[in-house]
Design a protein around this ligand. Structure first.
Ligand code: MN
Ligand code: MN
Length: 344
């Protein structure tokens, strides 16, 4: 019998699709251009998972930001809930700059219905004027520079290898879904509004690629191969012997996220393990939440966390994820084969 199965790039082990039977056993079977539509609902769930996951990881980790893993264990055992508090005295479910800066990007792209670097910079400036609960030093300096001089690219600085550009990659990943070159351009230009360092640039690009692969249903082995490529390119990101450092240095942050993402088997397990490492826990949590949310989808985000997350944040992450997916090259391609049926 002739095997008619054809897999598209959008299928993977987590999105089983019916095998097209074609005219099995018949000569007509052999080279029919069978394309199997990707499951648009899985893609939507994973896109929402990426943005909501970012906010959840931020809210879960922020109360233990700057604590060591030992201090967290002494105080909470294992931190598993959105408890609030911490050095920022947060309400339970409140998010910080990681989510707020991602909103600045997402709202600018949604307002323009396209890429808008100046719109993003203006939103960063307006956000800084609101005196946010937390702002990284590098972000604050660069945004102030933009406000004073209008510079859309901060100059190279050897101290700019923090994770402040990587933490806001969720909206950029969604907007560029389906186009790797667009992703690289947008990842680096948004990063350099505040951070100009090759390690930050590389981290942003690879995080975007991982989110793309995850949303498109690729396997964890496939994601691991992408990380192996990153490590081959920049060996400093290697994490096989994890050093347990979870600081705001982008290399430590990425190693922490990779270590926990590849060792765990579910959304909750991944994000809990990551934030309990301590250090820059809201940001490692945000990035782990984005990646795990993109991989496992909304269905795996625990209900008790969704209930506790600031409802405005849940609403806006969910809505903007969908809006950005609509703007993505991947969606234009799908709309071509699906008509203009709205998602949802
Ligand atoms: Mn933060
Ligand atoms: Mn942080």
């Amino acid at each position: 019998m002739v095997n008619c199965r054809r897999e598209t790039a959008l299928t993977g082990p987590r999105s089983p699709i019916p095998v097209h039977q074609g005219f099995a056993g018949s000569v007509y079977c052999i080279s029919l251009p069978v394309t199997i539509p990707p499951d648009i609902h899985d893609i939507l769930s994973r896109s929402r998972g990426a943005f909501v996951g970012l906010a959840i990881g931020d809210a879960l980790g922020a109360p233990v930001e700057f604590m060591t893993s030992h201090e967290i264990r002494a105080k909470y055992g294992v931190l598993r809930d959105l408890v609030g508090g911490g050095w920022l005295r947060l309400k339970p479910g409140q998010v910080t700059d990681d989510t707020e800066m991602a909103f600045c990007i997402a709202r600018a792209l949604d307002a323009r219905q396209g890429w808008d670097l100046k719109g993003i910079a203006d939103n960063f400036a307006a956000w800084l004027r609101t005196k946010p609960v937390d702002v990284g030093d590098t972000c604050r300096r660069s945004i102030r520079n933009y406000m004073l001089k209008g510079m859309l690219e901060t100059p190279f600085n050897q101290w700019d290898a923090g994770n402040g550009a990587a933490m806001r990659m969720a909206p950029v990943s969604l907007f560029t879904l389906g186009d790797d070159d667009l992703l690289s351009d947008c990842a680096v230009t948004q990063a350099r509004l505040t951070h100009n360092h090759p390690l930050s640039d590389t981290a942003c690009i690879y995080l975007g690629r991982l989110v793309h692969l995850a949303i498109q249903g690729r396997s964890k082995n496939r994601l691991r191969r992408e990380v192996d490529r990153l490590v081959a390119e920049q060996p400093t990101f290697g994490f096989d012997t994890y050093r347990g450092l979870a600081s705001g240095y982008v290399v430590d942050t990425m190693q922490t996220v990779f270590h926990h993402f590849f060792r765990t088997a579910g959304f909750e397990e991944c994000v809990v393990a990551t934030v309990n490492q301590g250090g820059d826990a809201d940001t490692t949590g945000a990035i782990a939440g984005m990646l795990a949310g993109a991989y496992y989808g909304m269905e795996q985000v625990p209900r008790r966390w969704l209930k506790r997350l600031d409802p405005k944040v849940l609403d806006e992450t969910t809505r903007l994820a969908e809006r950005l997916l609509h703007l993505s090259p991947l969606f234009s391609g799908l709309a071509g084969s699906h008509g203009t049926r709205p998602l949802g």
